[in-house]
Design a binder for this molecule. Structure first.
Ligand code: S3P
Length: 172
């Protein structure tokens, strides 16, 4: 379907890389979190607080299904929990070329320190939670992806260049 998909942990840079890639390659950008918030007319924090995580996870799968029917040649950044479901990993592969923006727990912690928009990290020890979740998720992210981009210490420019070099030829 010719899409470029960005996956990875919260705070790894999917949204920013997606926007910059979109500008550079002149392709539209879609973000699953934003699609869900638009459809539900409320924030992700509200969805988690009112209907719970499982409801949100179903919305993510619905959103991916819709994207497989509707988007071509887009850049798509997906919420950090999307690749955890096997069904979603299949949908991601169907959608296009998947890049895993991989970051160490320390990098994520520094970037998300003080963030209040990620319900999973509103706990007494977010640093430890980040470490545990990354350890649990790294395998799923890797198996969902076609290529891994290690982002720690790199500028956005470096990351964009690495992605562009690996993009299917019709994108370059
Ligand atoms: C989540 C990541 C968030 C958002 C929700 C759950 C996760 O998206 O979908 O808070 O489970 O990792 P970002 O990865 O864009 O922060």
């Amino acid at each position: 379907m010719g899409n470029v998909i960005l996956i990875g942990f919260m705070g790894c840079g999917k949204t920013t890389v997606g926007l910059r890639l979109s500008y550079r390659l002149r392709k539209p950008v879609t973000d699953t979190d934003k699609e869900i918030e638009r459809e539900e007319k409320r924030s992700i924090s509200d969805i988690f607080a009112t209907d719970g995580e499982e409801y949100f996870r179903r919305k993510e799968t619905d959103c991916l299904r819709k994207l497989t029917r509707s988007v071509r040649n887009h850049i798509i950044s997906v919420g950090g929990g999307v690749p955890l479901r096997a069904e979603n990993r299949e949908l991601l592969h169907e959608l296009g070329q998947v890049f895993y923006l991989r970051a160490e727990a320390e990098t994520i912690y520094e970037r998300l320190r003080g963030d209040t928009t990620r319900p999973l990290l509103q706990c007494s020890d977010p640093q430890e939670k980040i470490r545990i979740l990354i350890e649990q998720r790294d395998g799923a992210y890797s198996s969902a992806s076609d290529a891994v981009i290690q982002v720690d210490g790199k500028s956005f420019e470096q990351i964009l260049q690495e992605i562009e070099a690996l993009c299917a030829s019709e994108w370059r």
